[in-house]
Design a protein around this ligand. Structure first.
Ligand code: ADP
Length: 590
């Protein structure tokens, strides 16, 4: 309401001032016109009096007789009462004055403005105060060749008189003023109504309310154009805002699904945005729980980041190739590894990325451990071979049968070395180059039969039996040599660890759309429970001595597990209640 009044008042006052100036200008003009009209009238009357006086002087030959006193009779005849009549000769000497009896003492009148004008142009006038009456007089002088006739009357063309005489005109002006007032009132009210409507419209648009359905009772004039323009700008802004919001949501959604923790901070270290992983990670790293991303600046593990930011902000580190300055390092906390990265942007805002690298880091450590295990495993047969050969070389007189014995031992160790290397390379291939194995639909039972055939002599030697219940219709999507290895390792282990007279059972116990499920078991002694969880690990043996005795590499079950996984299957192991070890595993159909 305040705005409305102010605006309306302002317009009203502006119009009012303009109209008042206009009215005043009309009055001044009218007054001026009236004044010059009245002055003209007065001058005309005075000219007539002068002419009449001149005629009278000529007729009565008063100038020749110098009987100017006879002019006194004229006074009462003049049309304007109190008209002053003065006769001045060409030298300026006053010959007669109707107001002054003793003309001798009157000063020379040649300098009077009206006389001066009459001297040069026949007649002249001047308005000034009279010394005697202290009234404003209109003096008029006429040049009559031999003398000047000067007449003067009270000059009373004043404003009050004018206002009195022009009463009707004034009433008209006041009426016009009133009319204008009413018109102005009405016009400004209508105009302010439009403006208020437009203001409400703009306010609603500013407050993000839906303006498309708002009262659109705007005329098709400039206000209508402004309204349309506001809608246009509002629509454009809304679209831009919606686009921005959806982009922001997309980005935020993306940040939320990222496995990395990410947070962006302003140059003043205030959080701009942070995803939930970021908060989760800083909680894992910090000893105190927090929900604030800014907490990282007080965690000792992030002091490197804080130092880096401060150093950059103080010293303006320049990076080559205009790359953004960044720092990265890894921290370890409670058996977990985190990779920290901080990037500073040109406007000195910066982002901190935290990624959980525990798995790759652990894998790296595992590989390291594996390499040293392999070296250790290789060392044993190699040093045996070296020992046997050295014995032969250092003892040239060693009997032939002894020599043969050492050579056979060395050969057996070299066989073991070959097995070890073959197993290592097979495992590496499964793990690192699984894609190189050719997969096709193949019947499983011939593969199993081949393995048994291969191990027949050893099975017979131990009086072991194999019971196979895998039909000819069982077709898996697999790699023949890998599946061969799976059954070879399982049966070989049973031969080695289950003992004489034990038997083996291999059966398909279930199938669904995607998988066949198999059970492999033997009737041996099984494995002590505490070892069960680890027997798929590389080089893990329950009884190291016995494994070596049997020529085991400690890699057999690792190969089995990795080969099953490569076939998209799963494998588990348990001891059977009735004794012996049992493996349950699946192989994919397609
Ligand atoms: P290895 O080359 O030593 O046989 P594996 O990885 O094949 O290595 O087996 C790991 C360990 O699991 C073996 O050392 C053995 O102690 C145990 N094991 C494997 N299969 C059997 C089984 N059928 N019965 C009892 N113990 C077994």
């Amino acid at each position: 309401m305040v705005v409305q009044r102010t605006f309306r008042h302002r317009i009203f006052i502006n119009f009012f001032v303009v109209f008042s100036i206009f009215t005043l200008a009309v009055l001044v003009y009218q007054y001026d016109r009236e004044k010059s009209y009245r002055t003209g009238q007065l001058e005309n009357t005075l000219d007539n009096i002068s002419e009449f006086t001149h005629q009278y002087i000529e007729h009565k030959r008063i100038f020749e007789s110098s009987d100017f006193k006879s002019l006194d009779t004229l006074k009462s005849l003049l049309p304007i009462a109190n008209t002053r009549l003065t006769i001045v000769d060409m030298t300026g000497k006053v010959l007669y004055d109707s107001f002054v009896a003793d003309v001798q003492n009157i000063e020379n009148h040649l300098g009077r403005p009206e006389v001066q004008k009459a001297l040069y142009s026949g007649k002249g006038s001047s308005i000034r105060l009279s010394n005697t009456t202290n009234q404003k007089f209109y003096y008029y002088a006429k040049n009559c060749k031999k003398y000047f006739v000067r007449t003067a009357a009270v000059y009373n063309v004043d404003i009050i008189k004018f206002l009195k005489t022009e009463r009707i005109f004034l009433v008209f002006i006041v009426f016009l003023f009133g009319l204008m007032w009413v018109l102005l009132h009405y016009t400004t009210r209508r105009l302010s109504e439009f403006i208020v409507k437009l203001k409400d419209f703009a306010l609603k648009a500013g407050q993000n309310e839906d303006i498309s359905k708002m009262d659109s009772n705007f005329q098709d004039n400039e206000l209508g154009v402004i309204r349309r323009q506001i809608i246009q700008i509002y629509d454009n802004l809304k679209t831009a805002k919606d686009d921005l919001t959806s982009e922001k949501e997309k980005l935020y959604g993306h940040l939320q699904v990222l496995k990395e923790g990410i947070s962006i901070f302003s140059a003043e270290k205030h959080k701009i945005l942070a995803n939930s992983h970021f908060i989760q990670f800083i909680n894992m790293i910090s000893d105190k729980s927090t929900i604030s991303a800014e907490h990282i600046f007080s965690i000792p593990e992030f002091s490197k980041v804080v130092d880096f930011i401060e150093q950059y902000q103080l010293q303006q580190i320049q990076t080559p190739n205009k790359e953004l300055p960044q720092i990265e390092y890894t921290i370890e906390k409670s058996e977990k590894f985190f990779h920290i990265r901080c990037i500073i942007f040109l406007d000195k805002s910066f982002e901190v990325l935290i990624s959980d690298v525990t798995r790759p880091e652990k894998q790296r450590l595992l590989k390291q451990q594996l390499t040293s295990n392999i070296a250790h495993e290789l060392k044993t047969p190699l040093s045996s071979i070296k020992g046997y050969l050295e014995t032969i070389l250092n003892n040239p007189n060693i009997p032939g049968d002894k020599q043969k014995y050492f050579l056979e031992k060395a050969f057996a160790q070299s066989e073991r070395l070959t097995d070890l290397l073959n197993d290592i390379s097979l495992l590496n291939n499964i793990e690192d180059a699984g894609g190189l194995f050719e997969f096709k639909s193949l019947k499983l039972s011939p593969v199993i039969r081949d393995v048994i055939e291969n191990l027949k002599s050893r099975l017979t030697a131990r009086n072991m039996e194999c019971n196979i219940d895998v039909g000819n219709d069982v077709v898996v999507n697999g790699n023949e040599s890998l599946l061969f290895s799976v059954f070879q390792n399982l049966i070989e282990n049973s031969v080695n660890y289950a003992g004489n007279d034990s038997h083996i059972s291999i059966r398909k116990y279930l199938e669904d759309d995607k998988f066949y499920y198999f059970q492999y078991s033997d009737s041996g002694a099984g494995i002590p429970e505490e070892h069960l969880t680890r027997i798929f690990e590389r080089f893990y043996r329950v009884d190291y001595g016995r494994s070596r005795e049997n020529g085991g590499t400690g890699l057999g079950l690792s190969i089995v597990k990795n080969a099953v996984l490569l076939h998209k299957g799963e494998i588990s192991v348990r001891n059977r209640a009735e004794g012996g070890l049992e493996f349950l595993f699946s192989l994919s159909k397609k």
